[in-house]
Ligand binder design. Structure first.
Ligand SMILES: *Cc1c(COP(=O)(O)O)cnc(C)c1O
Length: 379
């Protein structure tokens, strides 16, 4: 029996970084500014530079980042916000939490991202239901940017803002536009398993609008105004811990190299598997940060279960993102969906399988994964 490999190898990264993170964390413990300390401001400058935007506002998580933007936009009861059904729950959750209505949009099978035609159908559905369409949250699923050119055009025609959910895609690009520059703002996450992860929860909003960034900074600290005890707006406690910023500053230094490694590993997977499964396809000019490498199996859930079983027997973990689309989740079934249906989301929930993916996956281990998947399919 061979050893079990990690799905995402955070230990290999930790070894590579050596004592640098420990020292950075110790510096914070010694200086004592544990919340919004100097490393937080330093990280915000570094991340804004990385994404090519004017402002970065860090916060407690990717979910907080989405919620802060929605609060700044003042959404509430009677408002419709368009979200894909095939995503992590946070994308729709923040809309519902603020009393607005998430309206589910279908995705495209080859990119896993929001289908612009379905968005148009969903806008009609929302109007028909007496809701006021306010905004769209495209998700860059698995690391590839959504089709922002098409979505922004539809948004402009319908007077909607666009908030990019880039929790999985920091470091990717569409043409010469890096993730962070689409829409009014971009939300990202530093959950440990994301392409750029910290040692706990963390998130950030990227934006080119400095006045908007100032509102987000107020909202993340209880809606403060002239000083900490003046509150012109209702906010939340959504600050980033200084220790997490210190960790991220060290990890950001090697992030470009890690992204290049992810691209090489994804290419190798695709070359080794494209004759037996549908491998992920990138749009013209798009890159992915490869948060996940997700294939589509020709058979349905039964074949997938068999492939997973054979992989597991060989010590290879696999994952299904996402087994139940959001419009089928108990807490979300009462929300409206595009009139044209969510057939692609439902189909993909049965066919997708994500394979081990991280920058430290060596050729031999990757060969083991490929071999197990191929045997599982031949099953
Ligand atoms: C991870 C994720 C989030 C939430 O980020 P957290 O930091 O875990 O709150 C939101 N949207 C998507 C698409 C995600 O993958």
């Amino acid at each position: 029996m061979t050893s079990t490999i990690p799905f995402i190898d955070l230990k290999a990264q930790r070894q590579r970084l050596g004592p640098r993170i420990d020292q950075a964390v110790m510096r914070v413990i010694e200086h004592g500014q544990y919340v919004l300390g100097p490393e937080v401001a330093e990280l915000e400058t570094a991340l804004a530079g990385f994404a090519g935007v004017r402002d970065c506002v860090t916060c407690g998580s990717g979910t907080d980042a989405l919620q802060l933007v929605l609060m700044a936009q003042g959404i509430g009861a009677g408002d419709a916000v368009f979200v894909p059904s095939f995503t992590f729950v946070a994308t729709a959750e923040v809309v519902a939490l603020l009393g607005a209505t998430p309206v589910f949009v279908d995705i495209e099978a080859d990119s896993f991202n929001m289908d612009p035609a379905s968005l148009e159908a969903a806008i009609a559905t929302a109007r028909g239901a007496g809701l006021a369409p306010r905004g769209v949250i495209p998700v860059d699923l698995f690391g590839q940017p959504a089709n922002y050119p098409a979505i922004e055009e539809i948004a402009a025609e319908n007077n909607l803002w666009v908030l990019a959910d880039a929790a999985q895609s920091l470091g990717a690009q569409l043409g010469d536009m890096p993730v962070g520059r689409f829409g009014i703002a971009t939300a990202t996450s530093f959950f440990p398993a994301k392409p750029l992860g910290c040692y706990g929860d963390g998130g950030a909003v990227l934006t080119d609008d400095t006045a908007f960034a100032d509102i987000l900074r107020s909202l993340r600290v209880h809606g403060f105004g002239r000083d900490r005890y003046h509150h012109p707006r209702i906010g939340m406690n959504a600050r980033m811990d200084t220790i997490q910023a210190a960790v991220l500053l060290e990890k950001l230094r090697i992030f470009p190299e890690e992204l290049a490694a992810r691209q090489r590993i994804a290419r190798q997977y695709s070359q080794a598997l494209e004759d037996v499964v549908e491998v992920p396809r990138l749009a013209d000019g798009a890159t992915s940060s490869w948060a996940q490498y997700t294939i589509r199996l020709p058979g349905g859930a039964a074949q997938r279960a068999r492939v997973q079983e054979i992989c597991a027997a060989d010590g290879i973990p696999t994952a299904v993102y996402y087994p139940i689309p959001l419009h089928r989740q108990e807490a979300y079934t009462h929300f409206p969906a595009a009139k044209s249906g969510l057939g692609v989301s439902e189909m993909l929930a049965e066919h997708v399988l994500s394979l081990p993916m991280h920058p430290y996956l060596d050729d031999e281990t990757q060969g083991r994964v490929v071999d197990a998947v191929r045997r599982g399919l031949a099953g």
